[in-house]
Design a protein. Structure first.
Lengths: 546, 369
């Protein structure tokens, strides 16, 4: 358990004493993943609101600190962070080439313009350094996570277990959050509450404030004026000019625009048929939310946008995965779980596959090309609460333009296990080919639309597949990572992050990375990590909520 | 009580059909094991309907001898014919009869709800079989059938000498397991069927019912001391054994083995493990790919940290709403509240309310006789 070659382990060994039997590494064909850091919250908080909320984690990368052009008090106004896009190119190149989609939501052209206004950021002032424990200076990569009535912010690249910042909510518990790395003005963090209330704030501004309250926040759906149903999942619309969507436990999803005042009157007509998808737009242009999507009967448990923002996937209590054309507000396709609710979903970077996990203990791979489930991953001993593609992973034999595309993905469950999977297209195509009558689509060539022509009509939801009809895949690795049921995972360039329901986060360094950095100098380590900016936002993390 | 009753009535609103009744059951000193199971059975709609039907058609035949079946039918009729929608009923006659019938339940000690359910179902079957026999052969005056005193649940099916009668209790609850043993020498598969009214599953920490069912049907190798006598080889051989479900029951009752005998301690211990159960379930360990979907409609919950004390309550789904029954008290709860009865991910936890018996009904073709 004690790995002396890594200086970081000395700090983590004490916590591992509480979780006997948990190894601090796991082996994969490419090498060992090692436990590098653990992040948690002050233990005094335990037992208070526990069990009521489930921790989710969001990754946020704040850009290099802009030069302070105005030395005035920054908390009085929105601090406009520099919106330099650094990660977009990599995101698109992650998988198997970008999909040229003609319909990009909103005006995609504006994305390429880097907002260069640099106002209101603080150089580590006396006030901010008093709250910080380590090398905190308001830039770098942060983990944002909710536990009980609080949001905690931790510095990803410091060995400090404790958060650098905590924000407490007096009205209700925060349950979901999302960060927009490409935000053009200050508000880049959105937070959804158990009460249905929603806030948008500037992360940088929170970090610079010394208090324990949210500062400079915009408040939407105040006191549940539009919907008093619990928020379940929240997401920025990629390239959506500050638009974001909030999913609720009553099966509705609301679209907001952060530029608009949240106070405008928004009322929507009564939903006639709970089982039918319907979209209603606000009657007044000033209204915020601007639209309500009624998705399904029962809770929406998780939502995820495709990287290009063209598609929105939802999963819910009714067990259905639904995929919408976001700009057309149209249901494209979807299907039912084997049984039980679906709890989480995530897109592949190229938009070709969607992973879901749910109460049937299965990890499901949905193909956008075939519009159906193409594989079931069997390996969890309980509900699957988080799924994510590893967009940083490249298959060892894919130096050229190989025919076989391989994907790596991960899943976590209430069985406390992290599972890693390889999805090789050949493996799952073969059993599928004998299923459909006539010529089945090939994977290597051809445009997507040609396959769709002979597919089901748009908006058809597939029933639950029969067990023997779906090809099964087995995990590459199964590792028990926490003592508590897990709620999410995400991949960064250097690591895999796992989080449990109770708010403990573990950072597992990828094989190459941890060895080159086994040197125990913390400063060397953190700066070297900062040189490679991590992707921001929610990298396919998702959670299961109460 | 009255205030609570009207509060429930208000909560019920008009979301429930006119005829449905929600009555708490009085506790006669540690009879919560009985109350919790009775509520689950009352809201097992096909069972209730067939019991009431049986009762109304048998009433005309004059005053039959009182037994557990008539007492249960009496109680259910009493509840369903109440004028008010909510209230409290004292299941006095039923409890008295139960104590008379079985000395195990006579004491004021804490009883096991699963043992009670098992006893009750077997007793009902026994009574129905006796009645059928009596009706069939009136000349054959009372051949005393061996009394079933809380024997193993499958005894009446295994040891039956004639074709077992299929009563409406069987039609609801009975499933068939097949025990397949494959001799590793001659590869012959020996299959032995046995009936069940419920599945008792071993549980593990942080697992799901799906996973427990998988383990229940996992292959076990018989070797060393525990070899299998193969009829074909006429000798003890190594073999592989597994249990599969040959005929899934209409009402699937799953008993979580939360009370485990710990040899080192010389006593039973309650396992508070977190075992998640979905609101919908499919059995994949069936002989044929039946894949009929089940829907959870009742959960008997054990409250407490030990096996010899504590309390039982039940969660019941009625017309798509969940209700919480705690002896006299009835409350409406949100569907998401069911998740608070999964158990504890850590051994020492303040949460001691754990799902103990799960009742699922098949959504496939309904099994009414």
């Amino acid at each position: 358990m004690i790995n002396t070659s890594n200086g970081m382990m000395s700090t983590t060994s004490s916590s591992n004493a509480q979780s006997p039997g948990l190894k601090t590494y796991f082996k994969t064909p490419e090498g060992r993943y090692k436990l590098h850091y653990e992040k948690t919250h002050p233990s005094g908080l335990l037992h208070y609101a526990h069990g009521k909320t489930v921790t989710q984690v969001t990754l946020a990368h704040l850009k290099d600190k802009p030069a302070p052009s105005t030395p005035t008090a920054p908390s009085s106004s929105f601090s406009t962070g520099s919106g330099v896009r650094s990660a977009a190119a990599r995101l698109l190149g992650g998988g198997n080439g970008s999909r040229a989609l003609s319909f990009v939501g909103g005006n995609g052209g504006s994305k390429s313009v880097s907002a260069s206004s640099r106002v209101g950021s603080l150089v580590a002032s006396s006030s901010s350094s008093s709250t910080s424990t380590s090398n905190f200076d308001g830039k770098g990569t942060y983990l944002i996570f909710n536990v009980g009535d609080a949001i905690f912010i931790s510095d990803l690249n410091s060995q400090d277990k404790d958060p650098v910042k905590s924000i407490h909510f007096s009205n209700s518990n925060p349950v979901c959050h999302a960060f927009d790395q490409d935000a053009k003005d200050g508000h880049d963090l959105i937070i959804g509450l158990n009460s249905g209330d929603v806030y948008s704030v500037s992360l940088r501004q929170q970090l610079q404030d010394v208090g324990k309250k949210l500062v400079g926040a915009q408040h939407y759906n105040k006191d549940g004026s539009v919907s008093s149903s619990r928020c379940t999942s929240i997401a920025w619309v990629p390239g959506g000019d500050g638009a974001f969507v909030v999913a609720h436990a009553d099966g509705n999803l609301y679209v907001y625009e952060k530029s608009k005042d949240g106070a405008g009157d928004s009322s929507f007509p009564v939903i006639k048929d709970q089982a039918q998808f319907s979209v209603a737009h606000a009657r007044y242009s000033k209204s915020n939310p601007i639209a309500r999507w009624h998705i399904c009967h029962g809770s929406i448990n998780s939502i995820a946008f495709s990287t290009d923002g063209a598609f929105l996937a939802t999963v819910g209590r009714d067990g259905y995965l639904r995929i919408f054309d976001y700009s057309k507000e149209q249901l494209i396709c979807g299907g039912k779980s084997y049984y039980g609710a679906l709890l989480c979903c995530a897109w592949s970077m190229d938009g070709k596959y969607i992973l879901t996990g749910g109460e049937d203990d299965l990890v499901q791979v949905w193909s956008m090309e075939d519009r159906k489930v193409v594989a079931w991953g069997e390996g969890h001993n309980s509900w699957v609460s988080g799924v994510a593609f590893d967009s940083y992973w490249s298959s060892p034999n894919s130096d050229g333009m190989g025919e076989t595309v391989m994907y790596r993905f991960g899943s976590v469950g209430q069985d406390t296990q992290l599972l890693l999977w390889d999805l090789e297209m050949d493996e799952i195509v073969v059993p599928l080919r004998r299923c459909p009558p006539g010529g089945s689509p090939t994977y290597s060539a051809g445009s997507q639309s040609s396959h769709w022509d002979n597919a089901l009509p748009v908006g058809t939801l597939q029933p639950a597949p029969i067990m023997r009809d779906v090809p099964k895949i087995s995990p590459l690795v199964a590792h028990r990572v926490h003592t508590e049921p897990l709620s999410g995972l995400m991949f960064t360039q250097e690591s895999v992050l796992t989080v449990c329901r109770e708010g403990h986060i573990k950072v597992w360094m990828r094989p190459g990375v941890s060895e080159s950095q086994s040197n125990n100098s913390e400063t060397v380590l953190s700066t070297s990590l900062k040189e490679k900016p991590l992707s921001s936002g929610k990298v396919g993390s998702s959670s299961y909520k109460q | 009580m009255g205030a609570a009753g009207s509060k429930l009535e208000k909560a019920l609103g008009d979301q429930f059909p006119e005829g449905e009744r929600y009555f708490g059951l009085e506790n006669f000193g540690n009879t919560c094991y009985c109350n919790s199971v009775l509520q689950a059975l009352y809201f097992c709609v096909p069972f209730r309907e067939q019991l009431l039907e049986y009762y109304s058609s048998n009433k005309s035949t004059g005053d039959a001898e009182e037994n557990l079946l008539t007492c249960l039918a009496d109680l259910f009729t009493q509840i369903s014919s109440q004028k008010k929608k909510t209230g409290v009923i004292a299941p006095k006659r039923f409890v008295q009869r139960l104590k008379k019938q079985n000395e195990l339940f006579r004491s004021y000690m804490h009883q096991d709800a699963h043992e009670f359910l098992n006893f009750l179902l077997n007793e009902l079957v026994d009574i129905l079989e006796k009645e059928a026999q009596a009706a069939k052969s009136d000349q054959e005056t009372s051949s005393p059938p061996e009394k079933m005193v809380n024997g193993p649940k499958n005894a009446q099916a295994n040891g039956s000498h004639k074709d077992p009668l299929v009563t409406w209790v069987h039609k609801n609850f009975q499933g068939i397991l097949t025990n397949e043993t494959r001799c590793l020498r001659c590869e012959t598969v020996t299959a032995r069927d046995e009936t069940f009214f419920d599945l008792s599953l071993d549980i593990e920490q942080n697992s799901s019912i799906t996973s427990c069912l998988k383990n229940f049907s996992s292959t076990e190798t018989l070797n060393a001391e525990d070899k299998f006598f193969c009829d074909k080889c006429c000798s003890l051989q190594e073999a592989q054994k597994r249990m599969k479900i040959k005929k899934p029951p209409h009402i699937l009752v799953i008993h979580l083995k939360r009370f485990k005998y710990i040899e080192q301690l010389g006593r039973y211990k309650k396992l508070s493990y977190r075992v998640v159960f979905p609101l919908e379930l499919k059995l994949s360990n069936t002989v044929e790919d039946a894949e009929s979907e089940y829907s959870l409609f009742a959960v008997v919950v054990h409250v407490g940290s030990g096996p010899n004390h504590g309390h039982y309550v039940s969660l019941v789904k009625s017309h798509n709403h969940w209700l919480f029954f705690d002896d006299e008290n009835v409350e409406m709860i949100d569907e998401s509240a069911v998740q608070t009865f999964f158990g504890s991910a850590q051994e020492y936890s303040s949460n001691t309310d754990h799902g103990y018996i799960l009742f699922y009904e098949s959504l496939g073709t309904s099994n009414k006789s």
